[in-house]
Design a protein around this ligand. Structure first.
Ligand code: 6R9
Length: 611
């Protein structure tokens, strides 16, 4: 890293880093340093750093104060807007309210909410209070919700009444850390309400989010508020993600991750003040937080959010009517638009649109090219993970795209592929790994630690964290190759984790839930290739003696899975009286997948690389 210690702040602010990355990529890589990137942000007095201050407060007192920061479209297209100045005040009030509830720095605050103003205000208010924000995907069923609230030792949950009754109330006694549940649609109804009686939800178990905000606003007007003086290395976000085995892992991110959110929102997403930006990812996943909230607000743009689900016509209309300039979405969504045909796209015009970007799963070359047909712009792929916190590999605006490539490492990021061992992961021999330098050699994609948004822990799980690093590299669990010009190409996952519609799903979590059905003796879960979702979850089930493999039982298991797991439930179930096992007795998911794909069972290396 370049030594910037002798430069003044003013000088640092005038390096070409300020410009979006449309120029010389190599030159930018040479001159870039994370210290310079840090210098683009304001910081707090005394060396502190707070994500919400960078995202909101520093704009709220400057020239952007009256610019719309968040523009919410609800299902009926009703619009709610908050300027940067209004967002500052409203999120201050949430912070005051959380502090009045006794939320201390480091405490975890969780949302289980549809995309709504309350969600975004809770994120920012939590960060301002110095607490740790942890999102939950609203389509999760009760089991994944309980698991995450429990593992995260979450103290405050903000949700709506129906989600609470269906997904949380039944487990409340088993969540000793959960002190407060705030409902955005008011407190639960009186105890004689039938629904409450049935679900076990009692009104005294919950409070009202609106009531908290109301009294906090009065306190704010009376006493003012000073943002928590968080340190750069203090925890800010907790993102759950899944591995091949065991329970979900909670990746801990710190406030200085904002340095990477900001600079990648500039380099990879090309965001500049004046932009209208739409990120279709739900804030329940890392993309919806890093690039649905923090990164774009840091860039001072107008962030559009839509609470409605996918609908091709609605999406085209939103891109047109909101005059969206930068659009960040996922391959599954693009394939859903493609399926409708470009005719529909041509019924709308997108004169404001400047940059279309994708993440989450392999982006088919056809989708890149289809972008030109539909929007007049190619789709730019980006690669990153929950653990990396920010975009690590990207096709930059102005850079020649190679359709199908993830692009090139972000300035400040060193990426490589490492030689693999027999288990498919990087081979570590006597503590060392071997970097594959030959062009197009396939290996495990690895990154040199040291970028600000790198996860700092898996909560309460140092062993699993340690296992992600070897010989000074962070091991991603993905297989990739770099061509002779340094463009990265995704090859597949090195493990059994499933990516369905851009969402990461751990097979173990699905298997554990299905095992609770009395008919199930054993189960193995895989990602089955799917033309639309990339993969769908498929479960192979061995039945207990006395149960018959009937279509009715198949349907029952699907319903059972859906009720417990929600969006991560298997879409297909097959009965298999003899699941393949390893010598140690574990179900061999890899072999199940090879069989599903009709591949030779001996040649399992080819199981990887399924887009
Ligand atoms: C941001 C996010 C991470 C995993 C990652 C990889 C897959 C992400 C990709 C991609 C191919 C891309 N992935 N971007 N695969 N091309 N451009 O998605 O985080 O949910 O943690 O998933 O997603 O397998 O390792 P996360």
């Amino acid at each position: 890293m370049a030594d910037t210690s002798t430069r003044t702040d003013r000088e640092i602010r005038h390096v070409p880093l300020l410009e979006p990355l449309v120029g010389d990529y190599e030159e930018r890589c040479r001159t870039f340093s994370w210290e310079q990137a840090r210098g683009l942000l304001a910081g707090l007095p005394g060396g502190g750093l707070n994500m919400a201050h960078e995202a909101v407060d520093r704009h709220a007192t400057g020239p952007l104060r009256d610019v719309v920061a968040l523009r919410f479209l609800d299902r009926g297209q009703l619009v709610t807007e908050l300027t940067y100045a209004e967002l500052r005040r409203a999120s201050d009030a949430v912070a005051v309210g959380l502090q009045a509830l006794g939320v201390d720095p480091g405490d975890r605050v969780c949302t289980l909410l549809q995309r709504s103003p309350e969600l975004y205000l809770t994120v920012l208010g939590t960060l301002k209070a110095g607490a740790v924000y942890c999102p939950l995907f609203p389509a999760f069923g009760p089991e994944p919700v309980f698991e995450r609230l429990s593992l995260g030792k979450v103290r405050v949950l903000v949700t709506d009444r129906i989600s609470y009754e269906r997904k949380v109330a039944q487990f409340r006694d088993r969540l000793p850390h959960l002190e407060t549940v705030l409902l955005v649609d008011g407190a639960a109804a009186p105890a004689d309400d039938d629904a409450d009686a049935a679900s076990g939800a009692r009104p005294e178990d919950t409070g009202s989010w609106a009531a908290m905000v109301e009294s906090a606003t009065a306190a704010l007007d009376r006493d003012g508020f000073r943002i928590a003086q968080t340190r750069p290395d203090q925890a800010a976000l907790l993102h759950f993600t899944s591995g091949t085995t065991g329970k979900p892992k909670a990746a801990v991110h710190v406030h200085e991750a904002v340095v990477a959110h900001h600079v990648t929102a500039m380099y990879a997403l090309d965001l500049r003040p004046g932009d209208v930006y739409w990120c279709t990812a739900d804030p329940g996943w890392v993309t919806g937080t890093s690039y649905g909230i923090i990164g774009p607000l840091c860039r001072g743009v107008t962030v559009v959010t839509d609470s409605a689900d996918f609908d091709a016509r609605r999406w085209y209309r939103t891109l047109q009517d909101e005059r969206v300039t930068v659009f960040y979405t996922a391959p599954t969504a693009l394939r859903m638009l493609m399926r409708v045909g470009s005719q529909m796209a041509h019924e709308y015009t997108f004169p404001a649109l400047r940059h279309v970007v994708s993440v989450g799963e392999p982006l088919n070359p056809e989708a890149v090219v289809w972008g030109v047909e539909a929007f007049g712009l190619p789709v730019h792929d980006t690669w990153w993970q929950t653990e990396t916190g920010a975009i690590m590999v990207s096709n930059y605006p102005g850079m020649a795209i190679r359709p199908g490539s993830m692009g090139r490492p972000v300035p400040g990021i060193t990426a490589a592929v490492l030689e693999r061992g027999p288990d498919g992961r990087a081979a570590v021999v006597h503590g060392h790994v071997r970097v594959l330098t030959e062009p197009d050699a396939v290996g495990e994609l690895a990154l040199r630690p040291g970028w600000p948004s790198m996860f700092r822990a898996y909560l309460d799980d140092p062993d699993r964290y340690g296992a992600c690093f070897a010989d000074g590299w962070y091991l991603s669990g993905d297989l990739a190759r770099f061509d002779a010009d340094g463009y990265g190409w995704f090859v597949g996952r090195a493990d059994d984790v499933i990516k369905s519609a851009g969402h990461l799903i751990g097979p173990f979590e699905v298997e554990s839930a299905l095992m609770e059905h009395p008919a199930v003796a054993e189960v193995g879960v895989i990602g089955k290739p799917d033309p639309l979702a990339g993969e769908i979850v498929k479960a192979f089930v061995t039945l207990r003696a006395g149960y018959e493999a009937t279509p009715a039982l198949q349907r029952e298991l699907i319903t059972f899975g859906r009720h417990r797991l929600g969006s991560v439930a298997p879409r297909e179930i097959a009965f298999d009286p003899a699941l393949p096992h390893t010598r140690s007795g574990k179900v061999m998911r890899r072999l199940l997948k090879a069989r599903e794909l009709g591949l030779p069972e001996g040649d399992l290396s080819t199981v990887e690389g399924q887009p």
